[in-house]
Structures are given as C-alpha cells and as structure tokens.
Design a protein around this ligand. Structure first.
Ligand SMILES: C[S@@+](CC[C@H](N)C(=O)[O-])C[C@H]1O[C@@H](n2cnc3c(N)ncnc32)[C@H](O)[C@@H]1O
Length: 270
C-alpha cells in the first residue's frame, strides 16, 4: 500500500485537520506524557508522526539534550514536519520518510515510543509491533493512543445520517486494509513481543457544541465527506444531509456528542 492509497489522504485539509485534532487532544496528551515520565533529555521514537504536531511538542519537552526520531510515510507530511521544525528552530529531531510496513525502524537507545492513530491504518499490526519490540530497549516505554471502539461515536439524541456516515468510515478503513478498532489486538501483540502493560486508560468524552472537543469529530466529518463522495461510496445529496443534520445539532445548545473511544496503553519492554 502506498501513500496515495492512504484512506484519509494527505491533502492540505487533512494536514490542517490533524493540527486541530492535536490541539484539541493536547491537554490529554501532555498529561499522559508527564505521567509516563517523558522529560528533559529523553529519546523518543514517534511512529507514523504525520505532519509532526506531537513530534514538535515532544522535541520541545525533551530539549536539546533529548531527541525525537519521527517516522512517516507521506512525503508531503514529512516536508511539512521538516519545515515546522526549521521554523521553530528545533534541531533535536531526526525525521525519516519511511513506510512502517516495508522499512526497517531505525535502531536507537529510545526511552519511549509514541504511536497515535496509526494502528487503525497499517496493513499488518502484528508486523509493526514485532518491529517495535525489536528496537525498543529493555525498560523502554511504549505509549499508544488508539481507537478501542469506534462505534461509541454518536450524538444524543442520535442522528441517523451520522450513524450511517460512521458505518461508511468503518467500512472504508477496513476495505483499505486497516482496522478502525486499532487497539483491539494490542494486548496480545504486546505480550507476544516482550512488553508488559503498565497502565491502560480509556479516553472518551461527552461534549456539547460549545466545547472545543466537539470540533474534533466535526472537522473529521467535513474533511471525510468529500473523500467518501470521491470513492463513490456516498452521493452529494447524502453528504449535504449529514452537513445539514450536523448544523441542526449545533444550533441546539443541549445537543451531546459521545466521542470515539480511545485507549491509552503504556507498556514496558521487558
Ligand atoms: C491519523 S494520522 C496520525 C498522525 C499522528 N500520529 C498524529 O497523531 O497526529 C496517521 C498517520 O500514519 C501515517 N501512516 C499510515 N500508514 C503508514 C505506514 N505504513 N508507514 C508510515 N506511516 C504511515 C499516515 O501517513 C498518517 O500520517
């Protein structure tokens, strides 16, 4: 599978969406990293780093005595990441354009690895966790933020068109060779590759339209509807219906949305 087959795409709108997604999640992520022990001087491997929003934060946290090694397949995302590091004046990162499925993960004396929303999109999770197990040193900590149950994503009161949209999301990710519930097999894969789980934390939110978190799934809908039309999966009338239903929900200050369940897994290499 090549970059052009990547189901979410690597166009400008997706690049911006990943930025918003990172900003919405940043408080959760900073808390997780701090609890896990990420601090000045640590060396961190970032798997499937996208345009590098998390990698930049990590590089600032670990400082000049630490290092981030960021791996990403998309040349566009890699170029954006290099440019962001240059603009922020950060020189403590190594950025590799690499396909996690076909390339060798660079060896390094990593203290941590970070993997967020990547397991849902790789064609072979077993292979990725084996490769990770091969490069993480003893006592290295691997942190994952991955979907555990995408089907939790719904509105209250329910919006039937959103539930159909969610079904298309799940189906198209599977058809592209991924698995939306990316974390489902992680406990088994970690055990098979010498990791022990130190903590597991669910992250799920029930938010109203005024909450910043609301913007996370909503911008995904905006960016993925045209993608589904392009794929021939839905027509324009259905896309317009989803948008209109969503706009209707946003007018109701008491509308609620439950987010897709993400699980945070922190595991130590034995
Ligand atoms: C949903 S994005 C998440 C990006 C980043 N981890 C974040 O949290 O912002 C998934 C990323 O995984 C990358 N990706 C998917 N399959 C890959 C593969 N086989 N090798 C390397 N990167 C891959 C995509 O290009 C994309 O940047």
């Amino acid at each position: 599978m090549s970059e052009k087959d990547y189901v979410l795409g690597t166009h400008d709108e997706e690049l911006l969406r990943l930025g918003l997604q990172h900003r919405v999640w940043r408080p959760v992520v900073l808390d997780c990293w701090q609890r896990a022990g990420i601090t000045i001087g640590k060396r961190i491997l970032d798997l499937g780093a996208g345009p590098g929003y998390a990698a930049l934060d990590l590089a600032e946290i670990v400082g000049p005595s630490g290092e981030v090694v960021a791996l990403e397949r998309s040349d566009k995302f890699v170029a954006a990441m290099r440019e962001s590091f240059r603009r922020r004046g950060l020189s403590n990162a190594k950025i590799y354009q690499l396909d996690l499925m076909t390339g060798d993960l660079p060896k390094g004396n990593y203290d941590f690895s970070w993997c967020r929303w990547v397991l849902s999109f790789v064609s072979d999770q077993t292979l990725l966790i084996k490769k990770l197990g091969d490069v993480m040193p003893k006592a290295g900590i691997s942190i994952f933020h991955e979907y555990a149950h995408y089907g939790t994503w719904r509105f209250l009161p329910p919006i039937p068109s959103q539930e159909k949209f969610r079904g298309h999301v799940i189906a198209t990710w599977r058809e592209s060779g991924g698995e939306p519930d990316g974390a489902a097999d992680l406990p088994v894969l970690l055990s098979q590759n010498g990791f022990i789980i130190r903590s597991a934390t669910p992250h799920i939110f029930c938010v109203r339209p005024t909450n910043y978190m609301w913007q996370w799934p909503v911008t995904f809908i905006e960016v993925y509807l045209p993608r589904l039309v392009e794929m021939g999966r839905i027509d324009q009338a259905f896309a317009d219906k989803v948008r209109a239903d969503l706009a209707g929900a946003e007018e109701n200050r008491n509308a609620l949305m439950i987010t897709p369940l993400v699980v945070e897994i922190v595991a130590e290499k034995m």
